[in-house]
Ligand binder design. Sequence first.
Ligand code: SF4
Length: 345
Amino acid sequence: MKKKVFCGNVPIGGGSPVTVQSMTNTRTTDIEGTVSQIISLEEVGCDLVRCAVPDIESARAIREIKKKIHIPIIADIHFDYRLALESILMGADGIRLNPGNIGTSLNVKEVVTACKDSGIKIRVGVNSGSLKQDFLDQYGGVNKHSMVESALQQVSIIEKCGYDNIVISLKSSDVRLTYDSYKLMNEKNDYPLHLGVTEAGTFINGTIKSSVGIGSLLLEGIGDTIRISLTDDPKNEVLVGRKMLQFLKLRPYGPNIISCPTCGRTKINLEKIANEVEDRLKGSKKDISVAIMGCIVNGPGEAKEAEIGIAGGNGYAMLFKKGKIIRRIKEDEIVETLIEEIQKL
Ligand code: SF4
C-alpha cells in the first residue's frame, strides 16, 4: 500500500479514496475571479485545487484566496524557490515543484524545511517534454525509463533533505507512455501517485485520452489522485474525473444513468428523455442506477441491475424497478414521473 500523505485535511494514498483535482485558469492575483472559479469547482466535486504561482503577487494572493474557499490549495511553482517559500508562508496546503529547477541545493533545503515545518506535501514529477538531456542520453530518449529515473532523481533530492511527504507525477501527452511510466514507478516505491495525461486536448480528445490512460491505471489499482487535463472549462475536468471514479466504482457520485443506443425498435424520443433526466439529476447524491431504455422487449431485462428505469413503447413507456415492470406512463410524462419516483427512493 502507498504511503498516506495529507494535503490540508485531504488524505492521498494509504488506501484513501482517490481524489480529483483541477487547476484554475484565472490569474491567481485576481483574487475574486480565482475564488469564484474554485467555488464552482468545489460545487462539482473538486477535492483539491492548484493555482499557478508565476510571481510573488500570486504567492501573496494565496492567503486571501484560502480564506474564501473550502478545499486545499496547491501552489504550482517553477524556477524560483522564493515563490515556494512565500506560498508556504501564505498558507498553501501543498507545493508542486521540481527541486531540480528551483536553484541551488541550499534553496531546495530551505523550501523542503519550510514544507516540513508546515507539514505540507510536495508533488514532484516530470513531464516528457522537459526531461534533461543527460537522462535522454542515458536511457535512449523519451521513454518510461528516462521518465521514471528523472522523477526519482527529484524525489531523492527531497529525501536527502530528510523529507518524505511526497506525491509523484509522470506526465506525458502520449497515453501509452503515461501508462507505462506509472506502471514502472508503481513498482519502485510507495509514494502516492498523481495520475494525469498532460496536454490531453479539447473536451472529447482529452476525455478519451484521460479515460484510457488514467482509467486503465486505476483499474489496476494504481493512482491516488487524478487530474484530467482539458483545454476546456476546469469544471469539466472535475466532472470527467468524478465520473471516471464513479464508473470504476472507486467513489460514489450520484446517479449512474444507463441509456441504450436506440435502434429500429425505438418509438419514443429517447435521446431527449435521457438528456433531460441527466440534466434534472445533476447535483443529486443518490447512489443509484437509472435506466432509460428504448423498448419493452429488451429494455427492462438489459437494465435489470438498475434500481429504476423506463422502457419505451409507441408513445408511452413502462416504468420498471430492478427489471420488473410497474406501470405505464404517457411519453410526455416520462421525465417528470421518473424524477418523482427517483425522489421517493
Ligand atoms: S433496448 Fe431496445 S430499443 Fe434500445 S437498443 Fe436495445 S433493442 Fe433497441
